[in-house]
Design a protein around this ligand. Structure first.
Ligand code: DMJ
Length: 514
């Protein structure tokens, strides 16, 4: 940061990167934060050479999924852009994909429960310990569909997606009569052990994955689940555009607090198009930020102050993440302003010679001797993307040469031409990749079925063989239109026309006999 005596707010973009002139300070933001291809390549080879998941370690199933499986999958999908040599058939094969699969397989024993809801911890070498507690948080059950579905579609092995869906369906059935879920559940007895219902710690990414799963997979079932929850959340937990914690069966307020983890919610609402509500809630949260120069872990809404022992700010990403989505949705500079405030606070409060430290107490800005990995994976990334509205990760293929790639067995799928879905650790996943591999084979099969049915005198095809373990297929998943049937428009706007949607046009032509 250099002192700069100039106009209070100015953005300057150049080949060198981006410079922000703000409040007499000059900030340089290097494109290398996300464009450092050599570092990407160095770390990718280091991982391949050194990482071994066959180790006697107890790992969190949730954290391993969002950080390790999600990170590897994302890196695998971005490997071409990062200048790595791609295996033939990419994205259906590749070293980072194999590592992601390897890591995810280590998590599968946790899902082998009578309910399908996973244990919270698994030993990577020995599976679930016989002494493992069956009590886990809601997010620990419902935060797998993005990574596991992507993995299944890329590898052709449905086990992962089936496991994630089975857990989601089991959790859905445990909701209370007023439509809410609690905070911790016994995955064997299906009893709610902690009955506080809210949108923050312990629950947050469950709701996030219903929405992002619905968008990424164009999945009506997930969207319906979220919408039903959202109705109950709005009815029972929302007060003046704050979201409180309530008893899941009665709806009575149990904790009138705002948690910093809840700040992802306006971003999620904006993905669904609920902008008015998102903007109002964001303003509430931003007022807390302005009060302290960061978001305390807990904030008492009636007292307007921090909560005892929860005064810390571990440089979490959620408010900046919401600002990024809302800036893209509205173009309102309030969100850039939050970005500047965040940049300035983090630089002034948290910078140390060896990194950026978590703030132990926002009241006196005392620091902790630690830096969370989500600061690098999420906070910095969302901050960067907030200030770079034309970045390829925002979608739209606006970057010119190299903004998209061909992939799949015969080079039939197009990647990177549209938007990305961020997993809950901010690892971007390209929805177009879903249609390159196993799905691709299925599309071919369906096309063959259509052609076969046309060649039969009664115009009907044999029903496909039923797979025993698989969940019932989503009707919107099939490309084969019945005679006279019209394809319903996508549930949520999808940035890329998927491979099967393009094929459906042919299906329509064939079934219409035109
Ligand atoms: C991240 O590890 C993930 O976003 C998780 O879902 C909850 N939030 C932390 C960062 O605050």
């Amino acid at each position: 940061i250099e002192k700069f005596d100039s106009w209070p707010l100015l953005l300057q973009l150049s080949d060198e990167g981006m410079t922000i002139f703000y409040n007499k300070f000059k900030y340089n933001v290097s494109p290398k934060v996300l464009g450092n291809r050599t570092e990407f390549q160095r770390v990718a080879s280091l991982l391949q050479d050194t990482v071994d998941f066959d180790i006697d370690v107890n790992a969190s199933v949730f954290e391993t999924n969002i950080r390790v499986v999600g990170g590897l999958l994302s890196a695998h999908l971005l490997a071409g852009r990062a200048g790595m040599e791609l295996e033939p058939g990419w994205p259906c094969s590749g070293p980072l994909l194999r590592m992601a699969e390897d890591a995810a397989r280590k998590l599968l024993p946790a899902f082998q429960t009578p309910t399908g809801m996973p244990y919270g911890t698994v030993n990577l070498l020995h599976g679930v310990s016989p002494t493992e507690t069956p009590v886990t948080c809601t997010a620990g059950v419902g935060t797998f569909i993005l990574e596991f579905a992507m993995l299944s579609r890329l590898t052709g092995d449905p086990t992962f997606e089936n496991a994630a869906r089975r857990a989601l369906r089991a959790l859905w059935k445990t909701r209370s009569d007023i439509g809410l879920v609690g905070n911790h559940i016994d995955i064997l007895s299906k009893k709610w052990v902690a009955q506080d219902a809210g949108i923050g710690a312990g629950v947050d990414s469950y709701f996030e994955y219903l929405v992002k799963g619905a968008i990424m997979l164009q999945d009506e079932e997930l969207l319906n689940m979220f919408q039903a929850y959202d109705q109950a959340i709005q009815n029972y937990t929302r007060f003046d555009d704050w979201y409180l914690w309530v008893q899941m069966h009665k709806g009575t307020v149990s904790m009138p607090v705002f948690q910093s983890l809840e700040a992802f919610w306006p971003g999620l609402q904006s993905l669904l198009g609920n902008l008015d509500s998102a903007v109002r809630t964001f303003q509430n949260y931003y007022s807390v930020w302005r009060q302290f120069g960061g978001l305390p872990e807990f904030y008492s809404i009636p007292q307007g102050y921090t909560v005892d022992k929860r005064e810390g700010y571990p440089l979490r990403p959620e408010l900046i993440e919401s600002a990024m989505y809302l800036f893209r949705a509205t173009g309102d500079h309030t969100y850039l302003q939050l970005g500047f405030d965040a940049l300035e606070s983090i630089e002034r409060i948290a910078k140390t010679p060896c990194g950026y430290a978590s703030v132990k107490d926002l009241r006196d800005h005392q620091l902790d001797n630690r830096m969370e990995s989500f600061f690098l994976a999420e906070t910095i990334k969302y901050l960067y993307l907030l200030f770079d509205p034309t970045h390829f990760l925002h979608g739209g293929g606006t970057e010119g040469d190299g903004s998209w790639e061909e992939g799949g067995d015969g080079g039939q799928c197009v990647l990177g031409a549209g938007g990305f879905i961020f997993n809950t650790e901010a690892h971007p996943l390209d929805p177009a990749a879903l249609y390159c591999c196993s799905r691709h084979a299925q599309d071919h099969q369906e096309l063959r079925d259509i052609l076969l049915s046309l060649s039969q005198p009664d115009g009907r095809s044999k029903p496909p063989a039923k797979q025993t373990e698989d969940p019932p297929p989503n009707p919107s998943d099939s490309i084969a239109l019945k005679p006279g049937e019209k394809r319903t428009p996508p549930l949520l706007s999808c940035p890329v026309q998927p491979f099967n949607a393009r094929l459906s046009i042919f299906g329509q032509v064939f079934t219409d006999n035109t």
